[in-house]
Ligand binder design. Structure first.
Ligand SMILES: [Zn+2]
Length: 294
């Protein structure tokens, strides 16, 4: 029960306490229609890298920017070469205990809305029914000219067929980066042929929200409406450093919606939570499920 140091100014500072999975059980029983936000921390036990360390610093090179991808062929070459190496790890990742725990909470009616910053589709693979992919999905590729959607697997096969020099590359675990990115050699990047839209030969982009782009306004408004109707906000496995997810905490704070958080490190919302549970997402949520009455 030690207070966390407020890191924001001008907010309604609540009396945060550090608690356990049991405290989280009390929280969700008191507020049984949760609006849940998840981030990279929930996928790390599935072998998918997180962007930031426990104090919120970048772990690796900054990710690609939206305008750079659209405007520079060199950036697209770099993206497709690196993602050719990284995609198989995301495609084969399996949901972990934290994803499965949320499926149980949904089936028992505790979760009214689940929003994820992750693009790996692991909540859906676990069987979660209603999920909003706030930053899109990596298993799809979208044409920026005609809007048609192609599966990432189809594009992976195209890349393999048209780039014999990279088709056999194997990427070490240590070279994997978040969002299906991986460190690969400069020569591979320089020589790669990039895919085009199968329908109109237009510019293809993974169906994700790159840094420097924004989340669709209608999606945000729909989610704020869901949050208004929810009884509480639960943040899991994210440092909330990007505004697209932090805005929900800000909104909850302004509307006196109670907030709890499960995260291993510091978050941007630490001064706003009434309960913060530190530790591994899978362990904490597993314990929580164990405490739920049958
Ligand atoms: Zn097209």
């Amino acid at each position: 029960m030690s207070p966390l140091r407020p890191i924001l100014s001008g907010q309604n500072i609540v009396d945060t306490r550090l608690g356990s999975a049991y405290d989280l059980l009390e929280f969700i029983e008191k507020h049984p229609e949760l609006f849940v936000i998840t981030g990279a921390g929930i996928s790390s036990n599935s072998g998918i890298q997180t962007y930031r360390d426990e104090i919120g610093n970048w772990k690796s090179n900054n990710p690609i920017q939206h305008s750079e991808f659209l405007n520079k062929e060199a950036a697209r070459k770099r993206y497709w070469a690196r993602s050719f190496g990284g995609w198989p790890n995301v495609a084969s990742a399996k949901p972990n205990d934290a994803h499965k725990a949320l499926v149980k909470l949904e089936s028992r009616g505790y979760v009214s809305t689940l929003v994820t910053q992750n693009v790996d589709r692991l909540h859906q693979k676990a069987g979660h029914k209603k999920v909003t992919d706030l930053h899109g999905r990596l298993d799809q590729v979208v044409c920026m000219d005609c809007g048609s959607i192609t599966s990432r697997d189809q594009i992976q096969a195209w890349l393999r067929d048209h780039n014999p020099h990279i088709s056999g590359i194997e990427v070490e675990k240590s070279a994997l980066r978040p969002d299906g990115d991986a460190d690969v050699g400069d020569k591979l990047i320089h020589e790669i042929k990039v895919p085009q839209c199968p329908s109109c030969s237009g510019l293809l982009k993974p169906n994700v929200v790159f840094y420097g782009s924004t989340v669709n306004k209608e999606v945000v408004n729909y989610l704020l409406d869901r949050l208004r109707k929810a009884k509480a906000l639960l943040v899991i496995g994210t440092s909330l450093m990007v505004y697209s997810s932090f805005r929900f905490c800000k909104y909850a704070n302004e509307n006196q919606i109670p907030m709890a958080c499960v995260n291993q490190g510091l978050t941007r919302g630490d001064s706003l939570f009434s309960l913060k549970v530190g530790g591994d997402c899978s362990e904490v949520l597993n314990q929580l499920i164990g405490y739920l009455p049958e």
